[in-house]
Write a protein of this length. Structure first.
Ligand SMILES: [Zn+2]
Length: 462
């Protein structure tokens, strides 16, 4: 490596972002509160709460995305092109045909000339693509596998045999020839990164370079790769001696995970009220982006008696995000109703709508609603089909403007959304991919008296 080990002053300054009076300037602030039963993470943009995550200790059995196991194949279901795998969780995990890793030597000879099998999705070449799952996996076989989707309700976790270990700048894919650089990076930067990585890339393993690698030095990339490689070696060592089913690697706590994915110079800080977690996060950031380590702050150092969530007005914003009704600045409101199949959002004007210029009032109200709906969808992490009933507008350009405002507001959401044109009945239909179980779900349980219907039937009349 011919790059200097130290980051030069100019790079350091750029990486650090802007500072004012020695304090970092950034749009975002992360506040982490470790409670008795759960850790909560709040992301603020300015003073507005935009994202909120809850991680419970009891979720250990269900929050397992990214964990690596030595699993034991329980049964193979040719009809479903899937296998059930015991990974030591209450429900068996499922491994679909397309996520099975293929090794030519492992394949039954009968796989060739197996013309009847229909081709399945997957990255397997030639004969392997036509191999049936029962030729690739046998009951009682032990396999190394990684959870790619948490178990939800009655559905077990989803597995992949290809393992990936995410770092700050790169993702390591052990025993693979995958090699890719994020297409979102400019051409010149991709060339520079490729030059560095051609030297840093460990033999026999694949690498994917993340967008976060933009501007990273050779030294930083090497440190990231080295960390992941030693992590992979520990997993292999454990796998060699473990008896299936066994957990080989657990993803770090949610705070560290969120910081790994999100924390950069756009954050003016991370405030954590738990000493142990603070040290874990600070050490992680110091090992990856040392210039940002002093932005990780322990809240216990403050003599403010208020909790971190109160100090940053997060409590009151969470309360509002749990309510059906959200007030708009000019007196209107939105009502958010969730059903099994979709979420319906009703937009209302304030009580005192003047009759002088109804269209203009409605238009302003709808614009406010468009911004607020986008914010609430992200904060509440509502997914699936969403239907928004804006108030009817006569003027076509006003309708278009409301949809445009809504789309622009949604663009700040990292999660993929798709918005369709206003329907004949004045409804806006959209879809959103959900990240977690949702804010309300993570902080509540279904009412046991009415099972969530919201009313009790008078039995004396029946
Ligand atoms: Zn009830």
């Amino acid at each position: 490596m011919d790059e200097p080990a130290e980051v030069d002053a100019e790079t350091l300054e750029r990486r650090r972002g802007r500072e004012r009076k020695g304090r970092p300037v950034g749009r975002y602030l992360m506040v982490v509160h470790a409670g008795q039963t759960a850790t909560q993470i709040a992301v603020l943009e300015g003073r507005a709460l935009i994202e909120h995550y809850v991680s419970r200790q009891v979720d250990d059995a269900t929050q397992i995305d990214g964990n690596i196991y030595l699993g034991r194949v329980q049964n193979v279901l040719p009809g479903m092109e899937a296998a059930f795998v015991d990974i030591g969780t209450p429900k068996n995990a499922v491994l679909y045909r397309g996520d099975v890793r293929y090794d030519r030597d492992d394949l039954d000879a009968s796989a060739d000339g197996n013309g009847g099998a229909k081709p399945t999705r997957g990255r397997l070449p030639g004969a392997a693509r036509d191999a049936r799952i029962e030729q690739l996996l046998k009951p009682r076989q032990t396999i190394l596998c990684q959870v790619t989707k948490n178990p939800i309700g009655a559905k077990g976790a989803r597995l992949a045999q290809e393992v990936s270990l995410p770092g700050r700048f790169v993702v390591l894919i052990p025993n693979s020839d995958t090699y890719g650089i994020s297409k979102r990076l400019p051409d010149e930067e991709r060339k520079r990164l490729r030059r560095i990585l051609d030297e840093v890339r460990p033999a026999g393993h694949g690498l994917i370079v993340r967008t976060a690698a933009e501007g990273a030095t050779a030294d930083e990339l090497q440190r990231d790769v080295a960390r992941l490689l030693s992590q992979w070696r520990r997993i292999e060592e454990r796998a060699a001696t473990a008896k299936a089913p066994a957990l080989l690697y657990r993803e770090p706590s949610m705070a560290v995970r969120v910081i790994r994915e999100e924390f950069n110079k756009d954050y003016r800080g991370v405030i954590i009220d738990d000493r142990e977690l603070y040290e874990e996060v600070r050490d992680y950031v110091a090992s990856i982006s040392p210039e940002l380590a002093d932005r990780v702050e322990y809240a216990g150092d403050s003599d403010d008696p208020l909790s971190v969530f109160e100090r940053h007005h997060i409590h009151e914003q969470i309360h509002k995000a749990l309510d059906r009704k959200v007030w708009l600045p000019s007196g209107g409101s939105i009502i958010i109703e969730r059903t099994e199949a979709l979420t319906v959002i009703d937009v209302n004007t304030g009580r005192n709508v003047g009759t002088s210029n109804l269209e203009e009032t409605v238009f302003r109200n709808n614009l406010e609603a468009a911004e607020e709906v986008a914010r609430q969808l992200r904060l509440r992490d509502i997914g699936g089909i969403i239907v928004i009933d804006f108030i009817d507008m006569e003027i076509v350009s006003n309708r278009a403007q409301v949809v445009k405002t809504f789309r622009d507001a949604l663009a700040r959401d990292k999660t993929r959304t798709q918005v369709f044109e206003i329907s004949d009945l004045g409804l806006v239909e959209m879809t959103r991919k959900r990240v977690s179980e949702g804010l309300v779900e993570s902080m509540s349980e279904t009412c046991p008296s009415c099972a969530g219907r919201g009313f009790l039937i008078d039995d004396t009349l029946l």
